[in-house]
Write a protein that binds this ligand. Structure first.
Ligand SMILES: [Zn+2]
Ligand SMILES: [Zn+2]
Length: 367
């Protein structure tokens, strides 16, 4: 006995998916967003011209900002979404979407007048809910039955229009590609030489650490300053006296980014920090009369947050800065055990960052 109501309703699994997607776009996910979005991308990629195409394009368009926001730690999720949308987009051009050369003149080129396509982006919970309904014939029938034109539910044929879907796919692909570049792409830092190098070629350590610290001014400037310092430190460029300041700036940048920085910045910073020899951690040093007696730890303990920055600046501009608990001798700053302590703390942070964002080894291909 066929149950007509069930046949005409949305698939229960799609209704569950709609709930997961609403939790993602409202930014309180009760699912694993990376997994949920990958599954949607795979469904589209498996059959990019199939019956689920419209629903999945609507879903991926409504969730691409989330994927591109840095909340997902692996590039492969964004790459999977992009590839699926590109595949679907190719099929749309072939059957009446923009690029097919079949446009009848004014309007979007599909027979709909301007403004007749659904308005998306204002209410993403609505968008993903509708997208999930579009996935099955039963869901689409349910949408049409419940559609309330007065409250702005657009006709079903607008959601299914190839020109409309092509626009959504293009928009999402652009956003995802931007996100991939911003979050995982290669960063240019050469232009920062003139910002952080003085006219005598020495590094302006106070300026560098100030930018790192002032994330409220610009997160990007802060992370870029850390990356610039890491690259310069690794390359061994400039005055040898600057190397200590560069290393300390790199560490301070890591500690300033409690929640983790995008991979585009941190993969090289991590690689730099991991070159530090950790062997001194297990050995005594000349400053062991008390635990945590190295300059960084002392200054940080006395003025949590600001102390270490002031102490680092005091090495290079003692007339302008005072080291809490100091002054410290350069020999204390240069102790290999302190370097190892800072590297160890930074390495623990990197592990936390990866953990928080479901990062995995697959992204190592970027290195
Ligand atoms: Zn249309
Ligand atoms: Zn020491």
């Amino acid at each position: 006995m066929v149950n007509n109501d069930a046949m005409l309703g949305p698939d229960p699994e799609d209704a569950e998916l709609a709930g997961d997607l609403r939790s993602i776009v409202s930014d309180y996910p009760h699912c694993d967003p990376a997994l949920t979005l990958s599954i949607c991308a795979d469904r589209l990629d498996d059959d990019p011209t199939g019956d689920e195409r419209a629903g999945l394009i609507v879903i991926l368009n409504a969730t691409c900002w989330y994927a591109a926001s840095g909340r997902i730690g692996t590039a492969k999720v964004l790459e999977g979404m992009t590839a699926a949308l590109v595949a679907a987009r190719t099929g749309l051009a072939a059957n009446g979407g923009p690029g097919s050369g079949s446009g009848p003149g004014p309007g979007p080129g599909c027979g709909h007048a301007p403004g007749e396509h659904p308005q998306v982006g204002d209410d993403r919970e609505y968008d993903v809910t509708t997208g999930a309904q579009l996935l099955s014939p039963g869901g689409r029938a349910a949408y049409e039955r419940k559609r309330d034109g007065e409250y702005g539910d657009p006709p079903l044929d607008g959601w299914l229009c190839p020109a409309f879907l092509a626009e959504l796919a293009d928009e999402a692909v652009d956003r995802l590609r931007e996100g991939l570049q911003e979050l995982f792409g290669e960063r240019e830092t050469g232009h920062l030489d003139k910002r952080y190098l003085r006219s005598d070629g020495r590094v302006d350590i106070p300026r560098l650490t100030r930018t790192i610290r002032r994330r409220f001014r610009s997160d990007e400037d802060s992370a870029e300053a850390g990356l610039w310092a890491a690259r310069r430190w690794m390359a061994g460029e400039g005055a040898s006296e600057d190397r200590l300041g560069l290393f300390l700036a790199v560490c301070s940048c890591v500690f300033e980014w409690h929640e983790g920085m995008p991979r585009t910045f941190f993969r090289e910073i991590e690689a730099a920090v991991k070159t530090v020899d950790l062997a001194p951690l297990g050995m005594p040093c000349a400053h062991e009369h008390q635990a945590g007696a190295h300059p960084w730890a002392v200054a940080n303990r006395l003025d949590r947050g600001a102390g270490a920055f002031a102490a680092v600046n005091a090495i290079y501009a003692p007339e302008d800065f005072e080291a809490p608990g100091g002054p410290f001798a350069l020999e204390e700053w240069n102790c290999p055990k302190q370097a190892a302590e800072l590297a160890e703390a930074a390495i623990a942070d990197f592990a936390d960052w990866r953990n928080m964002r479901g990062d995995d080894e697959d992204d190592e291909k970027w290195e």
